[in-house]
Design a protein around this ligand. Sequence first.
Ligand code: ADP
Ligand code: NI
Length: 218
Amino acid sequence: MDKTQVLKRAQTYVRTLFENEGTGHDWWHLVRVRNMALRLCEETPGADTFIVELAAWLHDVGDHKFHDGDFEIGPKMVGEQLRLMGAEPEVVGRVMAIVTEVSFKGAGVPTPVSSLESAIVQDADRLDAMGAIGIARVFAYGGSKGSPLWDPEEKPVLHSDSAAYAGSKGSSVNHFYEKLLLLRDRLNTDAAKSIAGSRHAFMLEYLNRFYKEWDGEW
Ligand code: ADP
Ligand code: NI
């Protein structure tokens, strides 16, 4: 198996699949996650960068949000594609495990990782849901689903099961409390934790301003 060839095929496959995505889940999200994952590898000794890069490219294939909350279709599609790309069975298994573990599934749902490579890809994906980009993605996703920016009469829900989280129809601002602001404390690697601090602070500052403008104070 030629690793460079497999990476190239995975990249081409997801570029075609995600190019015209308009839900904050597009091709450039994959580019950012792949670049961040490689950066985390540099700061985290011992990770297999080939597995990390391959899983980063493929991590959103068959996302449950676009398949009726089915969390199994993603890893299945990734496995089929990797075999077609000529990846060895051991590589297929390792990448499928990462794709299974990557997603946030609700405030009260644990998302353990089974390898260092999985820890890194999960962290890179989570960092992209935080900070200025994370804010942009929330409103892009909410808009695509017809969600309101905010509904002051609606309280955030801390979901304790993944199906309820996947079916959540709350406002985009509520999603900050249901996911974004929880991510800082749900990272695995020290490298990701040190990047997350300022992204978290920026989201708090943004919300503070949002509420002030909502009330016409600023
Ligand atoms: P990721 O690709 O980071 O795993 P998801 O696949 O869960 O993230 O969702 C894609 C983007 O849409 C993320 O930035 C996420 O925070 C946002 N998002 C997910 N669910 C909602 C929602 N119900 N309302 C608003 N934004 C959402
Ligand atoms: Ni993602």
